[in-house]
Design a protein around this ligand. Structure first.
Ligand SMILES: NC(=O)c1ccc[n+]([C@@H]2O[C@H](COP(=O)([O-])OP(=O)(O)OC[C@H]3O[C@@H](n4cnc5c(N)ncnc54)[C@H](OP(=O)(O)O)[C@@H]3O)[C@@H](O)[C@H]2O)c1
Length: 284
């Protein structure tokens, strides 16, 4: 039996309903390329916590986009993504694109574990997504008019998830990206206060940023019913990653795509135009 060429086999997009995964899936589909979504709600279901679901998700695919949930820094994640990548290679799936974070030692261990599988690997080490403000855990605060976070005046080069998806699709479909490590950031350092200010201006609403301590943030999250493991993750992310170590821009998007990354102001304008920050739309 003749094997179908790689690009006629589906790409398994893990986290395929999430912030980057759904954009990767949409871009592949727009090119007429077959996609299989990998998530607990997909068919067949894929669950990071249930390795018995992995084989059927990998069956017959030609490449995988790996966006781990909730974060490569959580206990057991390194072993889990390493085992998954090993299974992918053993199942005849050569090409893997891995999404990781910047400045996180546990993420580097996860990258190493996936590299050890022998996969044709491209790594994206990403800054904080702009979409955390419109699709992620900061949205509720934006809608309330006050974003209270333990981020002080740290600068972060927020990156647009659309740019990340473009890099991932290039790495999944073109030659020349295997072995590359792309550090992907936006074009500009932005404090959380500035980010909230730009969102307020774009949405025409009064929204303010209030810096709080990590302890205050953890207590408020617990009070709101956030599960303890997520509270721990938030403490880690704000304490470790936003200590200034990532306050520099990088050129991964330019190197991968030959394009400039999108600016936070453009993201804020486009997100505001969708109505996502429109409080009356949420209330009515
Ligand atoms: N957010 C950022 O700023 C940022 C920055 C750098 C790196 N990253 C990395 O990006 C990755 C995704 O983070 P995110 O917070 O942006 O989330 P997200 O992509 O929006 O994640 C949600 C996705 O994960 C799936 N999912 C949830 N639990 C799952 C499980 N147990 N097994 C399989 N799939 C599961 C969800 O689908 P179902 O509910 O259907 O399962 C959904 O598709 C993380 O590894 C994070 O470290 C994020």
């Amino acid at each position: 039996m003749t094997e179908p060429a790689r690009d006629t086999k589906p790409t398994l997009v893990l986290g395929g309903t999430g912030k980057t995964g759904r954009r990767v899936a949409a871009r592949l589909e727009a090119r007429g390329l077959p996609v299989r979504i990998g998530s607990r709600s997909a068919e067949p279901p894929f669950d990071w916590e249930d390795p018995a679901t992995w084989s059927s998700a990998l069956d017959g695919v030609g490449s995988v986009y790996v966006s781990y949930f909730p974060d490569l820094a959580v206990s057991g994640a390194v072993e889990t993504v390493g085992s998954f990548a090993e299974l992918a290679v053993r199942s005849g799936v050569p090409r893997v694109v891995l999404l990781a974070g910047r400045g996180e030692p546990e993420h580097v261990l996860a990258e190493q574990a996936v590299r050890a599988s022998g996969a044709e690997l491209t790594i994206m080490r990403s800054a904080w997504f702009m979409q955390n403000f419109s699709e992620g855990f900061i949205l509720e605060d934006v809608l309330s008019g006050e974003v209270a976070l333990p981020a002080g005046d740290t600068q972060e080069p927020f990156v647009d998830a659309d740019d990340l998806a473009d890099v991932a699709v290039a790495a999944l479909t073109q030659d020349g990206h295997v072995g590359e490590l792309y550090e992907v950031t936006g074009p500009r350092l932005v404090t959380f206060s500035e980010a909230v200010g730009e969102i307020a201006e774009a949405s025409g609403r009064e929204i303010r940023y209030r810096p709080v301590s990590i302890e205050q943030h953890a207590a408020a999250a617990t009070e709101q019913g956030v599960p303890p493991e997520f509270v721990q993750l938030l403490i880690y992310l704000f304490g470790e990653v936003l200590d200034g170590r990532n306050a520099h821009v990088a050129d991964g998007i330019q190197r991968a795509l030959g394009l400039q990354p999108r600016d936070f102001a453009d993201y804020a304008r486009d997100a505001a135009a969708t109505g996502v920050w429109n409080v009356s739309a949420v209330v009515n």
